[in-house]
Design a protein around this ligand. Structure first.
Ligand code: NAD
Length: 329
């Protein structure tokens, strides 16, 4: 099959090319997919897209017009796709449901430890010959209560890591994971969970129900000084409400790998430009905020699995083995 690969970086070219044992024609484009760039898929049977490609009805219409029948997402989340439009246009949408839950869970833990022990500040202090400890006081993770919102593949791995560290793990998920309950995770109703947690980590998908799950009201219910970690999707958090929460010290620590407006920023080098996003700029002013640019998935193991499953999805589609594709629709 001929596949237009959008938003491709050097590492995508490397890993997808290595996994392309079936000899598909991969045409790499640096541009993100949108209504205009969709024309680049001319003559292609499929497109391969990532988290910030815009696969709304308008883009999908252009793709369908050019004969594209498969959107092979090289990510787990599919909130960037208008699934109703895809269905109406007869476009199959495939994804990579579980390339490495460990990559994301370990990154979430990294953010927790970095914030708690102020590692981001300590690193620079030592480089300036400042070996004072003022302002670097942390807390033991042992016996702290950590809430995991969404105990799917990533949330479950994180829960197990935290149980191993001696944390009390509580969770909210409409689907209870019995294995976690047996290991000591306590599931609570969504409204009950906020007031009990010292740390809250978000691992549910972005849907209309979870959009702005963290907002002025839910923040009010949280403990003062709570640590909030988001490696899920930016839209899970109302960023303006969170900035107010940081200013009032309701939020004591904030670790983000995703951001509501990240499509305009992440994955590109803008170091020679002026930052135009005032909300993001405000977040950067807080010493108790750590932000990474959607890199939680970015491990060798995850890229290998993403490339392998993406190419397998494309091959199964080409061979009409629709039941073997990791399908969204
Ligand atoms: P998953 O499908 O295995 O798990 C999601 C869990 O969320 C499920 O158990 C589901 O029941 C639960 N859920 C659904 N609606 C919920 C709600 N309203 N409240 C609480 N829980 C709810 O997905 P996963 O592989 O664990 O990934 C979780 C999310 O992490 C993805 O949707 C994606 O947005 C994000 N993600 C981020 C990165 C990154 O690099 N930062 C990488 C991969 C995935």
């Amino acid at each position: 099959m001929k596949v237009a690969v959008f938003s491709s970086k050097a590492y995508d070219v490397e890993y997808l090319t290595a996994a392309n044992t079936q000899g598909h024609t991969l045409v790499f484009h640096e541009a993100a997919a949108n209504e205009q760039s969709a024309l680049l898929a001319q003559g292609c049977d499929a497109v391969c897209c990532f988290v910030n490609d815009i696969l709304d009805a308008a883009t999908l219409k252009v793709l369908a017009k050019q004969g594209v029948r498969l959107v092979a997402l090289r990510c787990a989340g599919f909130n960037q796709v208008d699934m109703t439009a895809a269905r109406d246009l007869g476009i199959t949408v495939a994804r990579v449901p579980d390339y490495s839950p460990h990559a994301v869970a370990e990154h979430a833990l990294g953010l927790m430890l970095m914030l708690n022990r102020h590692l981001h500040r300590a690193h620079y202090r030592v480089h300036e010959n400042d070996f004072s400890l003022n302002g670097l006081l942390g807390f033991d993770m042992y016996q702290k209560t950590v809430a995991i919102i969404g105990t799917g593949k990533i949330g479950a791995v994180l829960a197990n890591i935290l149980l191993g560290m001696g944390c009390q793990v509580i969770a909210y998920d409409p689907v209870v994971n019995q294995a976690l309950v047996e290991r000591g995770v306590r599931y609570l109703a969504r409204d009950e969970i906020w007031c009990q947690a010292d740390i809250i980590s978000l691992h549910c998908p972005l849907t209309p129900t979870t959009h702005h799950l963290i907002n002025t009201d839910t923040l009010k219910a949280m403990k003062d000084g709570v640590m909030l970690i988001n490696t899920g999707r930016g839209g899970l958090i109302d960023t303006r409400a969170v900035i107010a929460g940081l200013k009032s010290r309701k939020i004591g620590y904030l670790g983000l790998d995703v951001y509501e407006e990240e499509a305009k920023l992440f994955f590109e080098d803008y170091s020679n430009n002026l930052l135009q996003d005032d909300i993001f700029a405000r977040l950067l002013t807080f010493p108790n905020v750590v932000i990474t640019g959607h890199q939680a998935f970015f491990t060798r193991e995850a890229l290998t699995a993403i490339a392998r499953v993406t190419l397998a999805n494309i091959s199964h589609f080409a061979q009409g083995e629709l039941d073997r594709i990791c399908c969204v629709n």
